[in-house]
Write a protein that binds this ligand. Structure first.
Ligand code: ADP
Ligand code: MG
Ligand code: ZN
Length: 620
């Protein structure tokens, strides 16, 4: 243990010293020389730009009058500099203005400089020797750069199964098929079924994506190769692509198996858009992944699972059919989900009788699985420090606060009671309008579980793919988007910035109606402004203004008219259904998520008696 520690410390020290020496050797602070040719030097002397030249053997440092940093050049061996310059048309007068200094060669006398120059080499050689000896004595991988760092988990690893992943039932159902395929590939192949090659797990950090991927391999009883996108790009240039190759090779030899690529956005980001053409490490790695995936036949029983919390920035090439064409969403859990996750993590921990897991679930909106695991763990630690036998509610409460206060990115996550209420009314407003209007997509689900930067969501589903979108649809969509803001206004007499996304969306729709689809009576069927969606430039840059100031004013006027008539309409609706707004908001505060049937029952008053007349809203 101790010997190990000193050895590691020694290696780290060596690496640091070598890196520092290399850095100073190459960088030479304050002086980043630019190399120029000798004829360039002659030219600059003729222009009178050069003040001084310091010559040491073949190397010249050329100092310009207006700059402190010298340019570097080389003179020809064994030919006097002055002769060369004169041969290039520099006159004696011009030469007279330059102060030429000869330095003695840095000969054998200058031991110090020599050692400084060689130090990094010596250290690196020493390091390699050291690692080499180590790698011979044991199983050390430090020398196998380029070899995949994917680790092989075989049957003897503690196998995680779907049972360990609480909630996420929809995700499990979708992955069930993958498990079956890995277990009995012949069955599928015999039917000529096309098996998914790639599954993309999408969800915020800590929602159990890694856990879920492991559970798939656990359920299927196949090896699990994993690598993280950020590892691909980590240090050695040109290594990413060869790592991918090794990884896939190793996986194919061990099929059926799973390759798990965590944080795929680190390599799979949208490739260069053509501005400042890039051909970097990341891109080569990504290309290699695509090549390997395409090389899989249907008989290769390797399934790729990738995880990301930023599906929006992924390169479309990754998402094409035959690649990561299955998408499985891991959302932040709602109250019930949080309860189930807590159940998983309190297993085997002594709980005092006063611990109410339902109450904890209720108090932790926005927490993901990792937070809840952390919560239980913190509580256990606190309990031990207090020399108690079992975790009580007080330790649980303290841990909730600690985690909510946690890292800076997490701090805002525990929404206050007031904010929750505003969000509940906001989403209730969207949902009610979505339910009442005739032409927009029907309501599917409304939730106040925070998502990304949004406090909640109201999901609607198109009944079918729409190719032709009627005007009435746009009008109703704008109304739905306004529902949140107006519900806040009616309830609290104040409004929040929570509607900014809605407002952006409805403004775009109204503007498109006027300028793109010719849906405004006043403007008529005209396209206003050139509207090519240029993917390379931002929309603002590419939209050419080819109409007059007057037309621009008319457009603004029309957009405003569309939105304000929608505004009147929605205000009217929500005023009429004011009591339903209270009831739905109360139900959301209680249950966090309502699907469309639950919503309708509550709205129509057939269920949810407990919500009727339950709250008198206070101003925020
Ligand atoms: P992600 O990969 O999405 O960032 P992880 O899979 O690494 O999240 O989750 C971290 C930990 O949080 C897991 O090891 C597990 O203990 C806990 N966890 C997350 N989601 C769940 C869940 N649905 N059920 C049980 N535990 C979970
Ligand atoms: Mg993860
Ligand atoms: Zn909204």
């Amino acid at each position: 243990m101790n010997a190990n520690w000193t050895r590691n410390a020694f290696v780290y020290l060596l690496i640091i010293v070598a890196a520092a020496a290399l850095f100073f050797n190459i960088y030479r602070p304050g002086e980043t020389p630019q190399a120029i040719t000798i004829s360039d030097v002659a030219g600059r002397i003729r222009e009178g730009e050069v003040s001084r030249i310091v010559v040491r053997e073949e190397e010249m440092r050329v100092f310009l009058r207006e700059s402190e940093t010298p340019l570097i050049s080389r003179k020809e061996r064994n030919i006097p500099l002055i002769r060369t310059l004169q041969g290039m048309g520099v006159t004696p007068t011009q030469l007279g203005r330059v102060n030429i200094v000869y330095e003695p060669p840095s000969g054998s006398g200058n031991w110090f400089a020599l050692i400084i120059n060689l130090l990094p080499l010596i250290l690196i050689a020493g390091l390699f020797l050291f690692l080499f000896r180590q790698s011979q004595s044991g199983s050390n991988q430090a020398l196998s750069f380029g070899k995949s760092k994917a680790r092989l988990f075989t049957g003897d690893m503690p196998t995680v199964t779907f049972g360990d992943v609480a909630g996420s039932d929809e995700a499990k159902q979708e992955l069930e098929e993958v498990v079956e395929f890995l277990k009995e590939p012949q069955k599928f192949v015999a039917l000529g079924a096309r098996i998914p090659k790639g599954v993309l797990l999408v969800g915020p950090p800590g929602t159990g994506k890694t856990l879920m991927a492991k559970a798939v391999s656990g359920e299927a009883g196949v090896p699990f190769f994993s690598i993280s996108g950020s590892e691909f790009v980590e240090m050695f240039v040109g290594v990413g692509a060869s790592r991918v190759r090794d990884l896939f090779e190793q996986a194919k030899r061990n099929s059926p198996c799973i390759i798990f690529i965590d944080e795929i956005d680190a390599v799979g980001r949208y490739r260069g858009t053509g501005l400042g053409g890039s051909h970097d490490e990341r891109e080569q790695t990504l290309n290699q992944i695509l090549v390997e995936m395409d090389g899989f036949g249907t008989d290769t029983n390797v399934i790729l699972i990738a995880a990301t919390n930023r599906p929006d920035i992924l390169d479309p090439a990754l998402l094409r059919p035959g690649r990561f064409d299955r998408r499985v969403t891991m959302d932040r859990p709602d109250m019930q989900g949080r309860r189930q996750i807590l159940d998983v993590h309190v297993k085997g921990k002594p709980l005092a009788k006063d611990v109410d897991l339902n109450l904890i679930a209720r108090q932790t909106p926005g927490f993901v699985g990792a937070d809840l695991e952390n919560l239980v763990n913190e509580a256990a630690i606190l309990t031990a420090r207090r020399n108690k036998r079992a975790i009580t509610m007080s330790e649980m409460q303290e841990s909730i606060e600690r985690i909510a206060m946690g890292g800076p990115e997490r701090r805002s996550r525990l929404v206050t009671a007031k904010e929750r209420k505003v969000v509940a009314y906001h989403e209730a407003g969207h949902a009610i309008v979505a339910y009442l209007v005739k032409h927009a997509d029907p309501l599917r689900k409304v939730s106040i579980v925070p998502r990304g930067s949004a406090g909640g969501v109201t999901l609607t589903v198109p009944e079918q793919d729409r190719y032709l979108v009627p005007r009435s649809y746009f009008v109703d969509r704008i109304a739905v988007a306004l529902g949140g803001r107006i519900a806040e206004e009616l309830t609290f007499g104040d409004i929040s910035n929570g509607a900014s996304g809605d407002i952006q969306q409805l403004t775009r729709m109204a503007r498109a109606m006027v300028t793109k689809y010719g849906m405004s009576e006043v403007m008529g069927p005209l396209q206003i402004g050139r509207q090519d969606d240029n993917v390379f430039l931002g929309r603002e840059i590419s939209e050419q203004r080819d109409y007059s100031e007057e037309v621009a004013e008319q457009v603004d006027e029309e957009v405003r008219r569309i939105v304000s008539s929608a505004y009147q309409r929605v205000r009217q609706m929500l005023t009429t259904y004011r009591s339903q707004l209270d009831i739905v908001a109360a139900a959301l505060l209680e249950r966090e998520t309502l699907d469309s049937e639950e919503f309708i029952e509550i709205f129509e008053g057939r269920a949810g008696e407990e919500f009727h007349g339950s709250i008198a809203p206070q101003p925020v």
